[in-house]
Design a protein around this ligand. Structure first.
Ligand code: SIN
Length: 329
């Protein structure tokens, strides 16, 4: 082949290669740590399906549940490195990136999920979505799981019952303070390790939602669950600013629309899932659900609420009051 022919062939190859890459879809890897039959698991699958329906060929969503790709302690760093594009860690797991989300961990701040949603939709709640922009992370929306319960190897009816026990917690100083207030020992551990920690009695208990307790089978290795509803476990769907703003504007708009719809779907199903999973746990006969009477509940509030004061300076007293107002009768 002479030089001219070689040049033409090389140019043709280049054109083919760039045509192929122009046709390659944008891949969104969505990593999370829970099972698929949970509000987050179902919402992620809904997002994948909506994107395939509306943007098939242009955008492809790959969902990795059950900490298959990253656990919550590593996923945000991986996101900033471009190894994953979407995740929805619990609001308790952003401490390294922003302090503003700490408010969601304050015990007994929200009386139910309705109060949580009202606060999230308020200007203060919406402002928090952008609280990590300077660190390269964008909050795209809040996704619900539900209210937390406390499980343990012994019955916990009053706060003094928890004294001296070890509890697995998410990576949050507020949650650590909450268990310190009970004179218990909190241990920050990834979600993927909780079942084994409980099964081997390396810890005595943990706090989680009905859907996480059911889907991870915690109730099979924890003989007691106190229905405390003392705190909220919700998620922030998060992406890297570099990835998000790098998408063509028209595609980004469609992706956001699909994401919003999948979040609304997850939020709508979260209530039914919580009720259904609570019933399945009760019916399983593997654990005893302890309901608190008014006097016992007041003792838990008295024991845990001083944590608000401890974090008042970091979070802001006005913000705490604004959130608390949504739980007023
Ligand atoms: C999750 O729901 O994503 C995990 C919660 C936990 O770490 O306990």
């Amino acid at each position: 082949m002479n030089l001219v022919r070689m040049g033409v062939a090389a140019a043709a190859l280049l054109v083919l290669a760039s045509a192929a890459s122009a046709a390659d879809p944008i891949v969104i890897k969505y990593s999370h740590v829970v099972a698929e039959n949970t509000p987050k698991g179902l919402s992620a699958l809904k997002f994948r399906d909506l994107v395939a329906e509306r943007l098939g060929g242009k955008v492809k969503v790959e969902v990795f549940p059950n900490s298959q790709l990253f656990n919550d302690d590593t996923v945000l760093q991986a996101m900033l490195l471009g190894d994953v594009q979407l995740a929805a860690p619990s609001l308790s797991k952003f401490e390294k990136y922003t302090q503003s989300l700490q408010i969601y961990d304050l015990p007994f701040l929200f009386k139910d999920m309705e109060a949580v949603e009202k606060f999230q939709n308020s200007p203060a709640g919406q402002k928090m979505l952008d609280s990590m922009a300077k660190k390269g992370l964008l909050g795209l929306g809040y996704l619900h799981n539900g209210m937390k319960q406390i499980s343990a190897s012994k019955p916990l009816r009053v706060p003094a019952d928890a004294a001296g026990l070890k509890f697995r917690i998410m990576t949050s100083d507020v949650l650590a303070a909450q268990f310190d207030a009970l004179k218990a020992t909190p241990l920050k551990k990834p979600f993927s390790e909780v079942f084994t920690l409980l099964q081997t009695r390396a810890v005595d208990g943990q706090e989680n939602t009905w859907s996480n307790i059911w889907s991870q089978k915690f109730h099979e290795v924890q003989p007691y669950i106190t229905e405390s509803n003392h705190g909220v476990l919700d998620y922030l769907v998060v992406t890297s600013a570099e990835f998000w703003t790098g998408m063509p504007a028209d595609i980004r708009k469609e992706v956001k629309k699909a994401l919003d719809e999948s979040i609304a779907y997850g939020n709508k199903t979260s209530h039914e899932i919580a009720e259904g999973d609570r019933k399945k746990i009760a019916d399983s006969g593997r654990t005893t659900i302890i309901q608190l009477d008014d006097r016992q509940r007041a003792l838990w509030v008295d024991a845990m609420k001083p944590v608000w004061k401890q974090f008042e300076k970091e979070i802001g007293p006005d913000l705490i009051q604004a959130a608390a107002d949504f739980s007023k009768p």
